[in-house]
Design a protein around this ligand. Sequence first.
Ligand code: ATP
Length: 591
Amino acid sequence: MSDRRKIGRPLAVILAIAAVWFAMSFVIENAYYALLLTIIPIWATFAISWNIFSGYSGLISFGHAAFFGLGAYTIALTSLHFDLTPWFGLPLAAIVGVVAGAVIGYPTFRLSGLYFALAMLAYPLSMVYVFEWLGYQEIILPMRPENPLWYMQFGSYHGYLAIALALLVLSVLLSLMIERSRFGLSLLAIKQNELAAEASGVDTFRWKMRALVLSGALAATAGGLYAVVVFVLTPGSVFGVIISAQAIILSLFGGAGIVWGPLIGAATLLPLSETLHAELGSVLPGIQGLLYGVAIMLVILLAPEGIYWRVRDLLKRRRGEAGAASAEPRGVAGPVGAKPSAPRPQPGETLLSVRSLSKTYGGLKAVSDVSFDVREGEILGIIGPNGAGKTTLFNMLNGIVVPDAGEIRFEGRDIAGLKPNRVCRLGIGRTFQVVRAFQRMGVLENVAVGAYVHADSEEQAWALAKEAVAMVGLADSKDTLASTLTSKELRLMELARALASRPRLVLLDEPLAGLGSTETEELMSMVATLPAHGITVIIIEHTIGAMVDLADRFVVLDHGRFLTQGAPRDVTRDPRVIEAYLGQRWAAKHA
Ligand code: ATP
């Protein structure tokens, strides 16, 4: 495990910050600022809970107040009606958060983008009305002078502050563990390209659900502790729009997608806004809202991804890392292996069998009644004119598109209609016509997303990723950000990501698009070595010259229909193929 994946040092930093924060409570005598000292770690925890879901996965939640408010009301109602101590109430609030996360996530994950964000907003808003209707307009937690410690009622703020800081340290620890594991990598992959993540074996629904459930638990616990500290609740004060907005603003200001972001946001904006409110609130009511508005405008103008990312990029640039990474395309070591004509194993048993496969869009038959077989160890080229249905066929083979009719058998098992991550886990890898890279990740991290499919441990996944990166010749660029790679490197990286999942079959969709002739040759040489590694290949490509040398067989599609199949040199001489696709000029030139 590399240094950046260890959590010891960042954990020590947050423990030191918590210790200093706690020490400050002995210096501050003003009751308002002492309360503020306790409330800030609670809001920071809430913002971290938002970041665990929205910051990492990219699915913006406008509705985290739902969890916060449910946690707060769990404490208030169990205390009021069942005499329950918050020592048990807080874990109960966490459980309520878990259940709410599952109940909210299950239907809402069907939506994406803005629709998801708006749907999330509906939950806390509806809860305001539900709790008002239930008669809980205002709840005051009962005082327990007979046994204050048992009911978490302390004589000074130190007790509350210690619990708030403990919760904050726990939430930072959770975040760090997520960031440095398969969990975080999967969420970041989802954020940057959900379809590519699915095709690389990431069960996107499950990871999103895990993130929301965990985030809900943390947010509800923060809400519960808030109730313990402030004593008085109204539905508006815990389910209100401003509550969700607070978590979002703190995270976006500090930097979403990294644990330090919400902490930076909470440590800067909250003291500032609360101090302004305390000092100027009577003359300038609503000064906090104004400050948040200005903060968001500044972030949009100066650091759209938040302060953390802006400072990190500046520091990197100053150290010359970013410059060195993007100035010159790094030399890519020649891919291991042979020329397209290298000896290859004889094709074996049928690996994939496609029967009567069809897909219609409106009245258009994108793929119509297509049947063919692929044998183990073979390189099959799928060719045909633009719009022939080649990519739609690939999309059905790896589960992105559900066929209207027909059968896809892989190793004898019907896989038609399975989700892409299931298809990947069964042994079919995929690259895309337009490369789907996880732009903010390095080469090795991109590839590791695929490597987890068959890895038993973190170490094994990273070892597999390294192996795949070396196999395509990108070992020297393993830490380079995907966003700075050349077209060829991107294609190789995507291939490595597919190979890291240890596929039996890879689907390559126009891997040569955008490459020059030398690069084409190099990439084809790489592909030619795959059967020797036990990997069967189906490749869509328009560069027919290279394909004739590479493929064992062609299947030709035209207008969604199967036209013919056979040895490349026979197929390219077939008058039907010349008429439908290659054209007379090509035929004359290659006669
Ligand atoms: P190219 O070589 O240009 O990539 P292709 O052979 O891969 O083409 P497809 O992308 O599979 O062809 O498209 C086949 C037909 O289906 C085209 O007419 C295309 O416009 C149509 N099509 C593909 N996807 C959709 C969709 N999601 N909705 C509607 N029509 C679609």
